[in-house]
Design a binder for this molecule. Structure first.
Ligand code: C2E
Ligand code: CA
Ligand code: CA
Length: 749
């Protein structure tokens, strides 16, 4: 009712009524404020009213009526308002006429116009928290002192109501916050504890109960540390203590706690001090179960240790393996260089180990190896290394020698240790070993060279039948060119630079080609195609021939397989050297390669020379017998150039002899050669062997050999050794099975 002037009694009655209404509005702050605004306008008969609350620097209008509605933004800076004067002074403010009043600035005046206004502060305790404002048109219904006093009374009523509601609201917010915290605390999967500064638990959440398998009742009021395993307890206590003394913002550690039942559990602990004005009183600790992770870590660690041991040791004897052997040599070399001492690297190979394996079985072989390992280890110093390099091969490193001769007593001790027969399956087995020795610095100054030279020495002593041998510098001239060749050849093998060419062998009667000889070439990145005569001898001397031969056998089998898949059945022969015949493991490797390429043993032929067999006839016989048992065909290469006895040859499981090309080439001119060829053909016939003539270069020798009853020919007359695809093309374009020139010769006959 704007413009109505009321009596004091009326005003008082309205205030009392307002008070009642306020009580009825209860805790609803919005309703309370709306009511106050409406009543303020009504009682003073003003045009408009508003209730503002102070929020920091902002005046927030919470309720508004009459002309005041929409005149101001709900939130506006306190600094521009008239209310600030009432707020600052804590006194009601009456401005009877806004025009000309300095407290009304330009902007405000534009909004308010020509009015009169009252602004009374609202209190919460001693603090001003807001204002009630009323406005009227100053020309007609100017507000006066009485209105101001009325509002002052009303503001007291309102202040009480606002304070009450604000308190209720604050309590409500607090309760909500506590409820939210409770949900977190109770629902957390991480254990949360509140400890006092003596480390006594004040509060724990259910996750802690679960982790420690103990009810809260038995945890609260007791020192938390008693649940930490003894080994970690001091560290935990120290961490908590530091926090309570205000040192550091928090601590975290991993520790083991002991649940009421079951094994200790790894937990990650993180604790912070509760901020308090007078220093920390409580510590909040979080505890996460990391047992599984810890277990996984421990397992990984254990596995890593096992792997490392396995990677460096031979599983059968527990001795260092080849990798560790090389490492030990390198280590000993460093020491020898530092101290100016010598060092012996020796390779030891058991002489008849294969027999044991074959006749008594692998278990017996293993037993023998273990006993040898044990005995050798026993007679060596702790600073020496005894390694098992594979099969029946052992490696020794003997450091700190004054001279090469100092190695001899060590060798003697080993021989003596092996003299006593080893009982396997109650059989006393005599063990003999060949030991090859290389000395630093005389024979080399890196691990690789020393091992390689000890290997050469070992083969020397096998050939000579002696029990040990030092590397013989004179016998194996160290030659820089040769050494680089060795290194290059090793790389060539790794990079697959060796390629095979194939030379056909044809039946002399029909011309049919059933087999080819694989001949290795080195596709050198700079030197072009290098022929075997320039690198096979070096490979033979250095032991590289072992891997080289396997490389060739595999390449040949791969090619044989490819041809077979194309419908071309061709047996392939591969050349062996003396070393391969000393290697008892070779037959098994050949068998594995046959299996890998799904090839029949019959499709592989191995060529060996007489001289290769003579290096160690007994061992050669054993290896050849083994190969023959697999079903692999065996040929004697370059036959006639060596001096093997017929008696010896008879004992060997040979399928074929290849007459050396020198006789075949000389057959035309020299009577002797023709005789040798003829008698070889006869010998082969008598022994039931195939006879192949090498070096058939002319139609003439082709015909002569056929007349002599020789079975197969190989040579330039048919074809030079050529790459595989070229050979396949050659076979296809050959008119029939006979070489063209031979066909005409046959036809003419
Ligand atoms: P080899 O086993 O006697 O091989 C036959 C050699 O005689 C080949 O020389 C071949 O090209 C050549 N030849 C073939 N037909 C004729 C002919 O009608 N007239 C003449 N004058 N020579 C002919 P290549 O390929 O240079 O091989 C030389 C030697 O290298 C081979 O002699 C063999 O002992 C060795 N060799 C080749 N490949 C290998 C291999 O993979 N491993 C081993 N250990 N030795 C190999
Ligand atoms: Ca050959
Ligand atoms: Ca030959």
């Amino acid at each position: 009712m704007p413009g109505v002037s009321r009596s004091s009694e009326q005003r008082l009655a309205l205030i009392v009524e307002t008070q009642r209404e306020l009580a009825a509005a209860g805790d609803d702050l919005e309703a309370v404020m709306a009511l106050v605004a409406a009543r303020s306008q009504e009682i003073t008969g003003a045009d408009g009213a508003m209730v503002n609350l102070v929020e920091g620097d902002v005046l927030h209008t919470r309720a508004v009526t009459g002309v005041a509605a929409g005149a101001f933004d709900a939130r506006r800076p306190l600094s521009g308002s008239v209310a600030r004067f009432a707020i600052r002074s804590g006194q009601p403010l009456l401005i009877e006429e806004t025009i000309g009043d300095r407290r009304i600035d330009q902007e405000l005046r534009a909004k308010v116009g020509d009015r009169s206004l009252i602004c009374v502060p609202l209190f919460h305790g001693p603090q001003v928290v807001g204002t009630i404002n009323v406005v009227s048109r100053s020309a007609t219904e100017r507000l006066n002192e009485e209105d101001r006093r009325t509002l002052e009374v009303l503001s007291a009523v309102l202040s009480a109501a606002v304070s009450h509601v604000a308190e209720v609201e604050a309590r409500r917010a607090q309760a909500a916050a506590i409820a939210r915290f409770r949900t977190l605390f109770d629902g957390a999967s991480i254990g949360i504890l509140r400890l006092d500064c003596d480390g006594v638990a004040v509060e724990v959440n259910p996750a802690v109960e679960q982790l420690l398998r103990t009810e809260a009742g038995r945890l609260v009021g007791r020192p938390f540390a008693q649940h930490v395993v003894a080994g970690d307890r001091a560290a935990v206590a120290r961490g908590l203590d530091d926090l309570c003394r205000g040192a550091g913002g928090g601590f975290s550690m991993e520790a083991r706690v002991r649940p009421a039942t079951g094994d200790p559990v790894w937990v990650a602990l993180r604790a912070v001090a509760e901020a308090q004005p007078r220093g920390p009183v409580f510590v909040v600790a979080m505890m996460e179960n990391i047992d599984e992770r810890k277990r996984a870590e421990a397992e990984l660690l254990r596995q890593a240790r096992v792997n490392e041991h396995q990677a460096l040791h031979d599983p059968l004897t527990g001795l260092p393996n080849r990798v560790l052997f090389s490492e030990r040599i390198a280590q000993a070399l460093r020491q020898a260089r530092r101290e100016g001492t010598r060092l012996a690297v020796a390779l030891m190979d058991l002489d008849r180990f294969k027999e044991v394996n074959d006749s008594l079985g692998h278990a017996a072989g293993d037993q023998l190896l273990c006993e040898v390992a044990r005995r050798v280890r026993e007679v060596m110093r702790a600073s020496d290394t005894v390694a098992r390099l594979g099969g029946d091969e052992f490696g020794l490193v003997v450091p700190e020698l004054a001279g090469a001769q100092d190695a001899l007593p060590v060798i003697a001790r080993i021989r003596e240790a092996l003299e006593r027969p080893i009982r396997v399956h109650s059989l006393p087995l005599a063990v003999e070993a060949s030991i090859g020795i290389a000395i630093y610095p005389e024979h080399g100054d890196d691990a690789q060279t020393l091992i390689q030279r000890a290997d050469v020495a070992m083969y020397d002593c096998k050939r000579e039948g002696s029990s040990h041998a030092f590397y013989d510098c004179a016998g194996h001239e160290p030659d820089v060119g040769r050494l680089t060749l060795v290194a290059e050849l090793r790389r060539a093998l790794a990079r697959g630079e060796l390629v095979l060419h194939y030379q056909p062998k044809a039946a002399l009667d029909s011309g049919e080609v059933r087999s080819v000889e694989a001949l290795v070439r080195w596709q050198h990145p700079e030197r072009g195609l290098v022929y075997p005569d320039s690198f096979i001898p070096v490979a033979q001397e250095t032991g590289l021939i072992g891997p080289l031969t396997l490389y060739v056998v595999e390449a040949a089998l791969r090619q044989g397989r490819a041809w077979r898949d194309q419908g071309l059945e061709l047996a392939i022969s591969v050349n062996l050297s003396a070393r391969n015949l000393l290697d008892c493991g070779f037959p098994a490797q050949v068998a594995a390669l046959l299996a890998r390429w799904g090839m029949q043993a019959r499709s592989l032929e191995l060529e060996v020379t007489e001289s290769a067999m003579l290096a160690n006839p007994k061992r050669a016989k054993r290896v050849l017998t083994e190969l023959s048992r697999l079903g692999v065909r065996l040929a004697i290469d370059d036959f006639g150039t060596g001096y093997s006895s017929l008696a010896y040859l008879r004992q060997l499981p040979i399928d074929e002899i290849k007459i050396d090309r020198s006789f075949v080439l000389g057959m035309a001119q020299q009577g002797d050669d023709a005789v040798i060829v003829r008698s070889t053909v006869d010998l082969g016939r008598n022994l039931g062997l195939d006879v192949v003539a090498e070096g058939v270069e002319t139609l003439d020798s082709w015909n002569r050999l056929r007349e002599l009853g020789c079975g197969v020919a190989q040579g330039y007359f048919l074809s030079r050794p050529v790459p595989a695809d070229e050979l396949a093309r050659w076979l296809q374009t050959r008119p029939g099975v006979m070489p063209p020139s031979a066909r005409s010769a046959v036809d003419a006959a």
